[in-house]
Write a protein that binds this ligand. Structure first.
Ligand code: ADP
Ligand code: MG
Length: 352
């Protein structure tokens, strides 16, 4: 069920500059996609082709399976919102007018505009009275939050954002990233977001498209990119520090990747482990010995369902534990383990 699909898309600007070369990508509804790459790598061009601000030279882009060449400008505006490199508000318009600006342009009915404005101001937890104030009557932080909801306010399912937080200080940036991610999830929007900041991409995206010289060199989840950078360029973009963090010690964890792990360094009781798993909504427990050698997996469901088995895993749980988020590799391994009768299965030979 692809919402947006690039099929062999290239863009050659007048004068012969190949800005984008044979890009093939598909995004699903509800995804948060980041394009990342160095300056001039074709991020903005790729994004602008999605709503026909820039036309591809070759290939095509489909939205909901439909070639966007067959959609007119109004149809595209209804589906796709666009936020350029600033999220500034219109100073001569009230907050309400700012929030409903796009809806107004799209001639959405008044009642709907009204409810949208209220819904949006509620979402950022500002009082409704503020709807009738002007931007200058709000603090800078409040204005920025309104800027973010405005981008998500219209009925468009897809929002394109080109380095919207690039010019902001790190603290403001961080809180607006949280806000955009939260709103995106709550409102079920699909966001295509351009950035050159790896931290930003890792934080926001559920999949990242890494661009270099017009080509997509890797398209994958943040976890997989950290775990398996496609080439030297990607490694450099990720940076040594993050790579080291992602792979704390290859010899310790063998083939199981712990890039999403939170390491609990002190010994924890089983109860404490379960509490933490619930709190952090982690569903898989990796058990290691005191040297950090991986001993096995236990998932919270099988713990809950099989309290009787706990005595047999009790010893193991006295040692250090790793918590990891679900991923496909773990899930497959777990499924194998579970098929073997919900017993604790060591994955590393004790002899080694
Ligand atoms: P990014 O967003 O990754 O910095 P762009 O997509 O803006 O990259 O640009 C990709 C390449 O295409 C760059 O070399 C840029 O100079 C060139 N380019 C962008 N827009 C135009 C244009 N309108 N005309 C000619 N060349 C362009
Ligand atoms: Mg750009």
């Amino acid at each position: 069920d692809n919402l947006i699909e690039f099929q062999h898309v290239s863009k050659i600007y007048k004068g012969g500059k190949v800005a984008v070369e044979d890009v093939n990508l598909s995004f699903e509804k509800g995804e948060f996609i980041c394009f990342i790459g160095t300056s001039g790598s074709g991020k903005t061009t790729s994004m602008r082709m999605i709503n026909r601000m820039t036309e591809p030279t070759k290939g095509k882009i489909l939205i909901d399976g439909q070639d966007i060449q067959k959609l007119n400008a109004v149809e595209l505006r209804r589906k796709i919102g666009y936020v350029i490199q600033s999220i500034g508000l219109m100073p001569h318009m009230t907050i309400r007018e700012n929030i409903t600006l796009v809806q107004k342009l799209l001639k959405v009915d008044q009642q709907k505009q009204q409810t949208t404005a209220e819904k949006m101001i509620d979402l950022v937890e500002l009082p409704r009275e503020m709807l009738d104030r002007y931007p200058s009557e709000l603090s800078g932080g409040q204005q920025q939050r309104i800027g973010v909801v405005r981008a998500l306010a219209a009925d468009q399912d897809i929002i394109l954002m080109d380095e919207p937080f690039g010019a902001l200080d790190p603290i403001t940036r961080d809180s607006l990233q949280d806000l955009v991610k939260d709103l995106q999830e709550r409102l079920g929007k699909t966001i295509v977001f351009v950035t050159h900041d790896m931290d930003e991409a890792l934080k926001l995206a559920n999949r990242i498209a890494i661009m270099s010289e017009g080509k997509v060199v890797q398209f994958d989840t943040p976890e997989n990119i950290l775990r398996n950078p496609a080439n030297k360029f990607v490694e450099e973009l990720i940076g040594e520090d993050r790579l080291l963090q992602a792979k704390p010690d290859k010899t310790q964890v063998k083939d199981v990747m712990l890039n999403t792990a939170i390491t609990i360094t002190t010994e924890k009781s089983l109860q404490e482990a379960l509490r933490l798993m619930r709190e952090k909504r982690v569903d898989t427990l990796l058990v290691t010995d005191n040297q950090g050698i991986l001993k096995g997996f236990i998932d919270i469901e099988s713990i809950n369902k099989n309290r009787g088995l706990l005595s047999s895993v009790g010893d193991v749980l006295q040692t250090e534990v790793f918590y990891v988020k679900e991923n496909a590799l773990l899930r497959n391994t777990l499924q194998r383990i579970l098929k073997q009768g919900l017993k604790y299965v060591p994955v590393v030979d004790d002899q080694k």
